[in-house]
Design a protein around this ligand. Sequence first.
Ligand code: HEC
Ligand code: HEC
Length: 217
Amino acid sequence: MYHSLPIPGTSRRRRGRARVTLSRPRATAGVLALAALLATAPPAGASSLDALLEGCAQCHGTDGNSVMPDVPSLAGQPATFLETQLILFRERLRRSEAMAPQVKGLDDPTVIALAAHYAALPPRAAPDPGDPALLAQGRQLAKAGRCGTCHLPDFAGRQQIPRLAGQREDYLAMALAAYRDETRGGADTTMIDVMRGATDAEIEALAHFLARQGGQP
Ligand code: HEC
Ligand code: HEC
């Protein structure tokens, strides 16, 4: 299920690749997790997917655009990226106290359905025009770091590479710092290599710039 791309500009791989594979459904855990979620607020007659999505919406927003600090928007993310991250959370290869209980025991068809749902939603535009000096610095850093070669020139992402355009600024800064500090690896070590040695000021400028790209008004 997980395909790695030949990615330009990657050099050393310190930790090698973590293999990400879709595993067979784990029936007991899945049923228990689903039962726990359904117990929270099942709308009458709703499918289990709708019930799950209601839970996700509490943090990620009903339209997949997050209004919660440090919680990423999911709208318009490539489906493969969303699937990969859900599996990384499920297999505890990406650590998050918030996400771990959400994905516990989710089977692969459900992961695929959740990813398809959010990939199809339109991403929202950034809330304000931003600070011109910080934007200029961020644009320059994105160019120098060749972020667009992987994330695409409009930062819309593709396959397992996430959309950055219009993502929450606080979340982007948090994610970039996590790669730099090597507390988040990802499906491979690409972003650790990209962010090695970045300063807090550079991260701030990159996040400010990327949060204000793309999206719809
Ligand atoms: C209690 C709040 C909460 C709920 C409920 C929740 N999430 Fe999350 N989610 C988060 C947080 C916080 C993060 C960021 C984790 C981090 O990087 O530390 C996250 C990250 C993610 C990511 C990774 C996105 C990216 O850009 O890297 C995906 C995908 C995701 N969540 C999907 C879901 C789905 C699907 C559901 C419902 C089944 C769900 N989440 C429910 C809080 C939540
Ligand atoms: C060689 C390809 C490549 C380059 C160059 C690259 N990225 Fe990435 N980026 C990726 C991949 C692959 C991921 C997904 C990693 C994972 O699974 O956590 C990613 C993830 C991210 C994320 C996490 C987003 C989220 O929603 O969780 C951010 C933020 C990011 N990149 C920013 C940047 C910035 C800023 C630059 C330029 C300074 C950059 N990237 C350059 C491939 C690349």
